[in-house]
Ligand binder design. Structure first.
Ligand code: DGL
Length: 293
């Protein structure tokens, strides 16, 4: 009989972005079996309503739990922002999202107590990082100030007593990363436009609150200045996964087999092309499945 610890870790994202988390898990936990699903038929989640993101996320989680996973990783920031609680309520396996680990690291990293957070429209609107930081920091009163009036320049300042958070949605970073435009002039210009407001603020830490943004680390760092610490949620999330596996006695040691299996809800060819770049390794064992359609 298969040991519970030999069962796979399930990872889901709206598309290819969660492969940044998958890559990190494979690097740090090479003995783990993994199943990944990217909802490529319905990406992006970042511009959708909370209700829709919750419905899609529960369907993704249902699929993975049906495959007998031992732990579920919600690798998508937008899904973590809107659906983590609903998923935790529905399933009785451990569930790890990407927001709390990033929030924890930001608090550890900041000296000035001025933190920037960038993400999709959904993640930023939900204020999930702000709530996570606030919860870890002792639930201070929240005061929100808005800077700028037009879409590109608008960013928010959120005062939690002695910690201040500046948030900004950067939706075009997702297609740029998917296109592989991680360092060209268009990307630099876009980053300058988005980050103009945050750059004026005395932040010393910037949370990359979207699966795709670690791919643009170079450009983002160039634009905001290399004295600002960039927090990569993927790396922090794997620490949380390790701790959770240990806590539940689920870590895989000398597994009887080792496999990474990928599922998508549409266009496996594009997923393979973009995904291999995200992962830095070949994607074998991919299958297309019909969910929600
Ligand atoms: N995976 C999403 C996130 O991290 C980015 C792509 C999307 O909008 O679906 O928020």
């Amino acid at each position: 009989m298969q040991k519970i610890s030999d069962r796979p870790i399930g990872v889901f994202d709206s598309g290819v972005g969660g492969l940044t988390v998958m890559r990190e898990i494979m690097l740090q936990l090479p003995e783990e079996n993994m199943i990944y699903i990217g909802d490529t038929a319905r990406v992006p989640y970042g511009t959708r309503s909370a209700e829709t993101v919750i419905r899609y996320s529960l369907e993704m989680a249902d699929f993975l739990v049906g495959k007998g996973i031992k732990l579920l990783v919600v690798a998508c920031n937008t899904a973590s922002a809107f659906a983590l609680n609903a998923i935790k309520e529905r399933f009785d396996i451990p569930v790890v999202g990407v927001i709390e680990p990033g929030a924890k690291k930001a608090i550890e990293a900041t000296r000035s107590k001025k933190i920037g957070i960038i993400g999709t429209e959904g993640t930023i609107k939900s204020n999930s990082y702000v709530h996570a930081i606030n919860a870890l920091y002792g639930n201070r009163p929240v005061v929100v100030k808005e800077h700028g009036v037009i879409h590109f320049d608008r960013y928010f300042e959120i005062n939690l007593d002695d910690i201040t958070i500046f948030t900004k949605a950067c939706p075009l970073f997702v297609p740029l990363a998917e296109e592989g435009w991680v360092s060209n002039d268009v990307t630099v210009l876009t980053a300058e436009h988005y980050l103009e407001g945050l750059k004026k603020e005395p932040i010393d830490t910037l949370v990359l609150g979207c699966t795709h943004y670690p791919l643009l680390k170079g450009v983002i760092s160039r634009v905001v200045g290399d004295n600002i610490v960039l927090i990569d949620s993927a790396q922090e999330t794997v620490k949380e996964i390790k701790e959770t596996l240990l806590r539940y006695g689920l870590e895989s040691i000398s597994p009887s087999y080792l496999q990474q299996k990928f599922y998508v809800t549409d266009s496996p060819e594009r997923f393979i092309k973009v995904g291999e770049r995200f992962m830095g390794k070949k994607i074998d064992h991919i299958e297309i499945i019909n969910i929600g359609g």
